[in-house]
Ligand binder design. Sequence first.
Ligand SMILES: CC(=O)N[C@H](C=O)[C@@H](O)[C@H](O)[C@H](O)COP(=O)(O)O
Length: 230
Amino acid sequence: MRSYAVLTELAGKLVVSCQADAGMPLDGESYMLALARSVLLGGAAGVRIQGIHNVRAVRAAVSVPIIGLVKASQPDSPVYITSRVQEVEALADAGADIIAFDATDRPRPETVPALCQAIHARGLAAMADISTLAEAEAALGAGAEVVGTTLAGYTDHSRQLDGPDYALMQDLAKRALPFVAEGRIWTPEEAQRAFETGAQFVVVGSAITRPDVITRRFIDHLNQSPQAKS
Ligand SMILES: CC(=O)N[C@H](C=O)[C@@H](O)[C@H](O)[C@H](O)COP(=O)(O)O
């Protein structure tokens, strides 16, 4: 496995995912750039950015590491995070330093080794988004530098949890497999626990950059309280 300076640079640090679903009010490159600049002001060491135009816009303005990905639904396949070599090429052209791709064990348009090879051919680091230990082992065996717990709870065959999947992190740590903690991390304490469990770095998204989701959590909680107005 090659070593990538960008992974060393992020070790022990917080990366913030800046994403908006298609059609949401923050869906637009100027908004993504503003979010990226804001989280960097707050001390994020890097950003995770979805979409070619967003990666290009953020790359032009910031020098921190960018984890790039493309979300695109595929015909006859449930995978939607970077699943094609042509997406890898476009992310590399746009200036990503690390490319995140779906490495789950599901029908896919192109294989995990083919994606890793395409990422490495551009001199970039491969971050395999996985949902289980077996997927992590397969992806690292196929050449990925690091796995992300990103898709734990988002495949039918993985543990469905409300919070971060620490059991998966522990399994990865026990086997000394390099991993990034990502997915449903809502508090600084949860991020700290992920580091204590052995994460190389931690990625937080919704808790910082999705005001609609954050607001909904407040509303849902308040609606459950006896004082709530119906
Ligand atoms: C499952 C999936 O599609 N995850 C996506 C991956 O890029 C993003 O929608 C998440 O926001 C990101 O993983 C960060 O996670 P959280 O927002 O829970 O902190």
